[in-house]
Design a protein around this ligand. Structure first.
Ligand code: 8NA
Ligand code: MG
Ligand code: MG
Length: 345
């Protein structure tokens, strides 16, 4: 479809759920042979295997809250979103939330709370979380607001409800911007795509809080920009091993070690790759490749899925994969509602 088509909206939201559900199998595994990934994916095609439904985790649980809040309030309302996060956590606490964020979610359920951003600020001795929990749920912001300035502003504020460290919320801004650009068809020109992201993040990371956090945590002056330059360097290489991707970009639970990685997975899989089946399209390649990196597989596949889904559209996702993922059907329908909201604003 053309820029911002309904197919792209559906692709983004459904493939994010898919990455989370399918990636759960390998979450936390240090090494994941591609053979195991392909076996897992083939088993989804086989109804007789009876592997039942693959459940979604915290990534999708929180993204669904973001979606419902944006739709119900027809825009961003921090108190409403915070209330939905807290309610969702208390209804299903076993979705695999990070150990830190659980404390925030418990505090957010207090009716006495006057500032919904305060619990997140109190995390990690006042430094705030730099986990990827803000980024994993950032895609819906790109599906609700057509103006990139709004995408940045609200992805930032939405992430701040749990992640007040700049290395956390700037990961959410980057993920939302990547989905925004992909929806416009920007992945047709991959080099321009990455250079646009770098330009945007140069601006995002030029504020005092970011420079300060980077200094304290001994990161590069503009940490996400530096990582995006590494993505760009890897894109220019004729051969890149999985080990090099992990050592250059990371596969961990920090936003800095997973959002640029997810972006790389999408870019790397725009073309057929030797390590992946020839009959796979780009969306399937992206999911499979993300899982083979190991580490925080559900979250990296979820983020890569959102960006890739916005590029390839819903038609690129195998029906058999959609059928076995909890929440994929809901995502399909919510994408249409977000598409309507996007066109109104
Ligand atoms: P979070 O905010 O609790 O952060 C995740 C972890 O990162 C924390 O528990 C800390 O270990 C570490 N961390 C974050 N900020 C700091 C800091 N300032 N100083 C020191 N350590 C810090 O949770 P989140 O919402 O960001 O979640 C991130 C990931 O954790 C997601 O992938 C999610 O799926 C989850 N996760 C779950 C499991 C599981 O048991 N299922 C395993 C790994 C990760
Ligand atoms: Mg998860
Ligand atoms: Mg995870």
């Amino acid at each position: 479809g053309g820029p911002a088509s309904l197919s792209r909206f559906r692709g983004a939201l459904v493939a994010a759920v898919l990455g989370d559900c399918v990636g759960g199998e390998f979450e936390g595994a240090e090494e994941v042979p591609m053979e195991s990934v392909l076996q897992h994916l083939i088993s989804l095609d086989d109804d007789t295997k009876g592997n039942g439904i693959l459940e979604y985790s915290d990534d999708t649980a929180m993204a669904r809250c973001v979606v419902q809040s944006l739709l119900t309030r027809a825009g961003f309302d921090e108190r409403d979103m915070a209330r939905r996060f807290a309610k969702e956590y208390s209804a299903s606490p076993g979705r695999g939330y990070g150990s830190g964020v659980i404390q925030v979610l418990k505090k957010l359920s207090s009716p006495q709370l006057s500032d919904v951003y305060q619990p997140a600020r109190d995390q990690f001795n006042g430094r705030g979380s730099f986990g990827n929990g803000g980024a994993m749920r950032a895609a819906p912001f790109a599906l609700a607001f057509p103006d990139p300035a709004d995408v940045k502003k609200f992805a930032h504020r939405g992430a701040m409800l749990t992640h007040s460290c700049s290395l956390g919320y700037n990961g959410a801004v980057l993920q939302a911007l990547a989905v925004h650009l992909s929806l416009q068809g920007a992945l047709d020109l991959p080099l321009k795509f990455i250079s646009t992201l770098i330009t945007q993040m140069e601006d995002v990371e030029s504020d005092e809080a970011t420079l300060n956090d980077a200094r304290i945590l001994k990161e590069a002056e503009k940490p996400f920009c530096e990582r995006l330059h590494r993505v760009s360097d890897l894109m220019h290489r004729s051969k890149v091993s999985i080990e090099e991707v992990i050592s250059e970009l990371g596969n961990g639970i920090a936003a800095l070690h997973s959002v640029p990685t997810a972006i790389f997975c999408v870019l790397h899989c725009l073309q057929p790759r030797e390590c992946l089946p020839e009959n796979y399209g780009g969306l399937e390649r992206t999911i499979a490749y993300s899982l083979a990196l190991g580490g925080d597989t559900d979250t990296i596949a979820c983020m890569a899925g959102a960006i890739a889904g916005a590029h390839y559209g819903i038609e690129a996702i195998p029906q058999s994969w959609i059928k076995c993922c909890e929440g994929a059907e809901d995502a399909y329908m919510n994408a249409e509602r977000l598409h309507m909201l996007y066109q109104q604003t």
